[in-house]
Structure formats: structure tokens, C-alpha cells
Design a protein around this ligand. Structure first.
Ligand code: B12
Ligand code: SF4
Length: 474
């Protein structure tokens, strides 16, 4: 049995500057499959890192001659590249079983199977156990209805088997399969933030989130359950990547790190392993968690935590309530201040385009962002990702004006607000960036900041003209 995992050629998210991430979801699945099934020949093809175009991909599929080709969208905006990948596989050999998975395909299983005849099976939700069972039963298609967690076609009908239970203990997962990409592992980088000399790895610390924001697909995908790896295990994975793959910048994939005791223990674990001196790591966090757990920040900084992305989202109370975010503008101010005091790069994410947003409320948000003055900001447009409560509401009310999935990148406006057209929401995004990064004082203070990461990103922006790229969206 031969299985080929493919990370398709795809566009980077220019908002984050220059980076090349490892295809984490699929190397994780590959490692699990390798451990559970002995007689399987597995390859991972990362078209981005190997600079392989569509033609090159086709040739690789031909030469490897797989029984199964599997690909992951990561985010909704990559739907078409995954479909094209699987279509390419079918063109090479119609007998290849093509499999897609991840948040988007899970949420749109019925619709995706109706739209893309090139997809044979969609693995819904958690992939490891389901995909492994699918590989074991590939040659017995009659047993597909017994595999929990898949959607597929049978006799012209689309079937969805019942969902599978989640893995209870994430510590039982194998270490991520970086050995599948060992020849190119040195290529992964987040140059805009950490330069070219800090090999970049992703490590997963948890799945899901205990909160339930209306626009977020994360908690829905993981069934509203937050499962965490032990801090000991996460620290082991840090050391594993540091020692074996030379990783010097680690992105902890948790959408909500949680801080607290877990963070304290992780910082201890990294420091005890003696790898903190030349290690940088990143995570995403809620503002209230940072404020509540400020006492652990110095130790986290010592362990190499250099950069935190805060989901500030908005300053307006009613908008935060609509999002069910359960934080306040005061939390955001305090969190940014605390991160900066601890020399941790404070990165804030804001969302514009909520239904009640007006030109005035977005101007107020711009003012708030300027006053908050984080080291770096991303303004994003409220996007109805399939699977979210927002998507259901927007669809029911006919708000969605654009169903081109490649625009679901939080940079393209998809919906109008009550008072702004979709085009005006798009223009407001540009105004937000211009307001924040257009400030001469901010640019100068960025270029000469005491924080190394901040100096690097402002230098990067100065030379690459990120503002210009936003302007080109119109
Ligand atoms: C790291 C990351 C990034 C990195 C890139 C990482 C990469 N490898 O390319 C960066 C910063 C560049 C990035 C960018 C973006 N991201 Co991002 N990102 C993440 C993050 C934090 C971790 C991804 C990860 O590795 N998870 C761990 C793996 C194991 O989980 P997984 O991929 O879901 O896979 C499991 C299952 O879903 C399933 N599965 C998945 N794929 C497949 C495929 C097959 C064949 C099978 C069988 C199973 C399967 O099995 C896996 C194991 O159980 C996630 C949030 C999260 N914690 O997942 C957001 C997330 C995926 N990103 C998101 C978004 C919106 C984006 C952006 C559009 C903008 C943004 N705001 O960040 C851009 C798009 C860039 C692009 N063009 O691809 C959203 C996606 C929502 C959606 N439905 O589209 C997420 C969920 C964050 C969120 N809470 O909203 N991202
Ligand atoms: S936005 Fe953040 S806090 Fe809210 S549900 Fe998603 S991951 Fe959790």
C-alpha cells in the first residue's frame, strides 16, 4: 500500500510577511499512520518547500504511483488547490483513492462531494484514527460504511457515517513526522519575524478551545472540547525539534494557549532542558488570560516566548458581545502593556465588518488601535467560515455576496454591513492599515525599537511595501 500526502502549491498569506511553514497537519497524520500500519509506504510531498509546480506534482504522482493521495486545506481559502491536487491524482490514475480533510471539508462534506467528483472520501474531524482505518480498508470499499467519521459516494449517493469519538489523551499521539520532510526541513522559516537563520517548526499543544466565539471554526471542529497535551510532553517536543531538526523558532499551534499553571510548567520544562538560550517561540492567547496570569510572563520570556498574538478583535462592547468573545477593551490594553513590559512582541488582531459596523465605528476602532499601540497589528475582515455560527446566520439572512472560497482569507470582504457595502468594507480595511502603519512616528520607532522582532518586521515592511499589496486588492 502506498500513500502520498500532498501539500499543494499555494499562496502565502501576505499579511504575515515572508514565511514558509511546514505542512503540520499532514506530517502529523503521516506519523500516526506509520506507527499504526506496518506495511505502508508513505511519502509527503510539500510543493511549496520543494518549489514544485502543478506539472511537477503530476510527475511526482506518476513516479510514486500511490494507492491513496491525501491533501489538507488548512483554511477555507485553499479549497480549490486541494480539489485541483486530487483532480490531478485522478488524471494520473483514476484508481487512486483521493482523500481530503480538515476544517473546511469537514464543515462542507455534503456540498464538497457534490461539487468535486475528484474527491472520493472526506475525513471529518480528527484525522488520525479515521484515516488509518480507511487505509487499512482501502481495498474493501464495501466496508467503508463501517468506518466512523467519513463521507463518501456509494451508488451515486453521498453517505456520511456517524462521527468518531475524539482521542482522549493527546500525549499518546506520535511526535510530528518531521522525518518525512527531513531533506527540506531547513527551508522552513518565518523570515519576516525571525530572520532566515531560525529554522521553523510547528508543535501542537492542544486541540479545540473552551470558548465559543461565533466567528470561529476551531471550537466547532473539535466539538467544543479543549484537550491539552501535558506541559512535560510539549517541552519534550520542543527539545525533539530543537535537537533533531535544528528548530530555533517554534510556533505553538494552540489558538488559545490558556496561560496559567500549564504555561508555568511549560516554561520550567523548556528551561530545565537547557534549550531556551537560542530558542524563540510564539503562541496565540486571549487578552483576559494574559492579564490574569501576568506573574508567569517573566518566566515565559526567559523560556524563549518572544511573540504573542492577542485576539483583541474589537473595542466596542456590543461587538465583542455579538462575537461572544467575553473580553473587554480594558483587558486588551492591560494585556498589550504587560507583554511589552516583558519584552514580548505584542501582536494584536482586530476584526472589522461586523453587521452593525459603520464608517464611524471602524474609525473608532482605528483610533483605539493607535492608542493601544501594540508592536504589530493585523486588521482582518469578519469572514463567515463554513461550520461557524456566523456562517449559518449569514447564509440564512442572505448576507453572503461572495462564495468564491479563495477569497475567504480574512483580507477580502465577503459581506456588507447594515450601512456599508462589501466594497466599502474592503476599503475600510485599507484605511485601517494606512492609519496604523502610515504613521511616520510609528515607522521610525519600529525601525529603532529595542525589541529585535519589531525592528525586523518594520524593516521588512519598509522594503516590501505591505501597504501597497493591500491597495492592490481594489
Ligand atoms: C499554524 C496556522 C497557520 C500558519 C500556517 C500553517 C501551515 N501549515 O500552513 C499561518 C500563520 C501561515 C496561517 C495562515 C492562515 N490561517 Co491559519 N492556522 C494555523 C493554526 C494555528 C494551526 C494549524 C495546525 O497545524 N493545526 C494542527 C493540525 C494537527 O490540525 P488540523 O490541520 O486541523 O488537522 C487535523 C484535522 O483537522 C484532520 N485533517 C486536517 N487535514 C486533513 C487532511 C486529510 C487528508 C485528513 C485525512 C485529515 C485531515 O486531521 C488532523 C489531525 O487530527 C490553525 C488553528 C489550529 N490550531 O488548528 C489556524 C487556522 C487553520 N488558520 C485559519 C485561517 C483563517 C488562516 C488564514 C486564512 C488567515 C489567518 N487569520 O490566519 C491564513 C491562510 C494561509 C494560507 N493561504 O494557507 C483558520 C481556518 C478557518 C477556516 N475554516 O478557514 C484556523 C482554524 C484558525 C482559526 N481559529 O480560525 N495559519
Ligand atoms: S476565537 Fe479564540 S477564544 Fe474564541 S473560540 Fe476561537 S480559539 Fe477560542
Amino acid at each position: 500500500m502506498k500513500v502520498l500526502f500532498i501539500e499543494p502549491p499555494k499562496d502565502i498569506w501576505f499579511v504575515m510577511g515572508e514565511y514558509l511553514p511546514p505542512p503540520f497537519g499532514i506530517i502529523q497524520l503521516a506519523a500516526y499512520l506509520e506507527r499504526e500500519v506496518k506495511d505502508v509506504d508513505i511519502e509527503v510531498l510539500d510543493c511549496n518547500a520543494q518549489q514544485i509546480d502543478w506539472k511537477g506534482m503530476e510527475k511526482r504522482i506518476e513516479s510514486f504511483n500511490p494507492d491513496i493521495v491525501a491533501s489538507s486545506a488548512l483554511a477555507t481559502c485553499n479549497t480549490y488547490v486541494v480539489a485541483r491536487t486530487l483532480e490531478t491524482a485522478k488524471r494520473v490514475n483514476p484508481n487512486i483513492l483521493t482523500v481530503a480533510g480538515g476544517q473546511h471539508f469537514t464543515a462542507t462534506a455534503q456540498e464538497s462531494l457534490e461539487t468535486y467528483p475528484e474527491i472520493d472520501v472526506i475525513v471529518r474531524g480528527e484525522g488520525e484514527q479515521t484515516f488509518t482505518e480507511l487505509v487499512k480498508k482501502t481495498n474493501k470499499k464495501s466496508s467503508f460504511p463501517q468506518i466512523k467519521g467519513i463521507s463518501f459516494r456509494q451508488n451515486e449517493k453521498i453517505l456520511h457515517t456517524p462521527s468518531r469519538h475524539l482521542i482522549e489523551n493527546l500525549d499518546e499521539l506520535p511526535y510530528p513526522g518531521y522525518h518525512f520532510v527531513k531533506d527540506i526541513v531547513h527551508k522552513y522559516h518565518f523570515a519576516a519575524m525571525t530572520g532566515h537563520n531560525a529554522p521553523y517548526a510547528l508543535i501542537e499543544g492542544s486541540r479545540g478551545c473552551p470558548h465559543n466565539c461565533t466567528f470561529c471554526s476551531q471550537w466547532i471542529h473539535w466539538q467544543g472540547i479543549w484537550r491539552i497535551k501535558t506541559s512535560q510532553r510539549i517541552a519534550d517536543e520542543f527539545e525533539f525539534c530543537y535537537q533533531n531538526y535544528g528548530s530555533r523558532f517554534i510556533w505553538l499551534t494552540d489558538d488559545n494557549f490558556g496561560f496559567g499553571k500549564r504555561a508555568d510548567e511549560l516554561a520550567d520544562g523548556i528551561i530545565q532542558r537547557g534549550i531556551e538560550e537560542d530558542l524563540m517561540w510564539f503562541t496565540q492567547a486571549r487578552c483576559d488570560d494574559v492579564v490574569r496570569n501576568s506573574d508567569v510572563l517573566p518566566k515565559l520570556r526567559k523560556s524563549g516566548l518572544r511573540w504573542v498574538l492577542l485576539g483583541v478583535e474589537n473595542s466596542k462592547e456590543s461587538t465583542l458581545e455579538t462575537f461572544r468573545k467575553n473580553i473587554t477593551a480594558k483587558d486588551a490594553k492591560e494585556a498589550v502593556k504587560l507583554l511589552k513590559e516583558n519584552d514580548i512582541f505584542a501582536h494584536a488582531m482586530f476584526i472589522i465588518g461586523e453587521r452593525k459596523d459603520t464608517a464611524k465605528s471602524i474609525a473608532d476602532l482605528r483610533e483605539f488601535a493607535n492608542e493601544l499601540d501594540p508592536d504589530f497589528v493585523i486588521f482582518a475582515i469578519l469572514t463567515p467560515f463554513p461550520g461557524t455560527e456566523l456562517y449559518d446566520e449569514a447564509r440564512k439572512n442572505g448576507w453572503i455576496e461572495d462564495f468564491n472560497w479563495s477569497h475567504y482569507d480574512m483580507v477580502h470582504a465577503i459581506m456588507p454591513t447594515e450601512t456599508l457595502s462589501t466594497k466599502e468594507v474592503q476599503e475600510e480595511l485599507y484605511n485601517c492599515y494606512r492609519s496604523f502603519y502610515g504613521s511616520f512616528e510609528r515607522r521610525i520607532s519600529g525601525l529603532f525599537s529595542g525589541n529585535k522582532m519589531k525592528r525586523r518586521i518594520y524593516r521588512y515592511m519598509a522594503f516590501r511595501g505591505i501597504l501597497k499589496q493591500f491597495k492592490e486588492l481594489f
